[in-house]
Design a protein around this ligand. Structure first.
Ligand code: FER
Length: 252
């Protein structure tokens, strides 16, 4: 494992590169965590280990305002995550050993995966949004984030996130909402016509599984794997998630 920082406009993004055994050249999977998450979460490590096991390198990232990267949680927005994501892709493309590039992300990281795929449709052999929280922009326009309601036309300076869905209560700046309101995920779905694997638990308490069905319908070339009875972070059948990822990647 190699631990380092990728720079984006003077800010440090904490990164870990894990290589599969005995490979000189191989594909690379970029892996993003979700809202309030970080690269050492159980389900993120499981994805990393799964792809390494089948001969793919992995690049885990703590995104802006999360984990050991620079920036405050309160100040993060989807635009900041997108520009950091673009810097990570530039870095990954500069690596000599990389044959093909893949991108995956969980929840808000899954939404990020969908946005980046639409922005750079030629860069990825496939994209793998895991329980993607792609309702965030739509909900922000309707006046809701993480179950907290507000007036979508008069956005508060600060939203206090309750500690039920995320690990601890946290405060989020109004710019998060302002930015989210401008994003139209359907446009980015339309711009990416390559292979997609969507994985989602049908007892997800944070992102309704209906969004997975809807994304699967809209993508031109997607596979949907539903994990029966499982939660947002796959508390019950994480191995079904990693099996689906391995199976999909091995067939690329
Ligand atoms: C929300 C529901 C889910 C939300 C964020 C999420 C900011 C993301 C969860 C995750 O990334 O794990 O309303 O609003």
């Amino acid at each position: 494992m190699k631990e380092f920082y990728i720079m984006n406009d003077g800010m440090r993004l904490h990164a870990k590169l894990d290589m599969p055994e005995g490979r000189e050249k191989c594909p690379l999977v970029i892996i993003f965590h979700g809202f309030t998450g970080y690269m050492e979460e159980r389900h993120i490590i499981a994805v990393q280990e799964a792809v390494n096991e089948i001969g793919f390198a992995s690049l885990r990232i703590d995104n802006y305002g999360h984990g050991e990267s620079d920036g405050e949680f309160r100040d993060h927005t989807l635009y900041k995550w997108v520009t950091c994501g673009l810097a990570v892709i530039d870095y990954a493309r500069s690596l000599d050993f990389v044959t093909d590039l893949y991108i995956t992300g969980h929840s808000q990281g899954g939404l990020l995966t969908m946005l980046l795929a639409g922005m750079r449709p030629d860069d990825f052999k496939a994209v793998l949004p895991l329980s993607p929280a792609w309702m965030i922009p739509e909900k922000a326009r309707e006046g809701e984030v993480l179950g907290v309601s507000f007036d979508p036309r008069h956005i508060p300076e600060e939203i206090n996130m309750p500690g039920e869905i995320i690990n601890e209560p946290r405060s989020l700046g109004g710019n998060y909402i302002r930015v989210a309101q401008t994003i139209h995920v359907e446009d980015e779905i339309e711009r990416y016509t390559g292979p997609v694997l969507i994985v989602h638990g049908d007892a997800d308490e944070a992102v309704p599984v209906e969004y997975a069905y809807k994304a699967d319908e809209l993508y031109k070339d997607s596979r949907l794997v539903i994990i029966p009875g499982d939660t947002h972070c796959y508390d019950h059948h994480l191995e079904m998630v990693t099996d689906a990822i391995k199976e999909f990647l091995k067939n690329m």
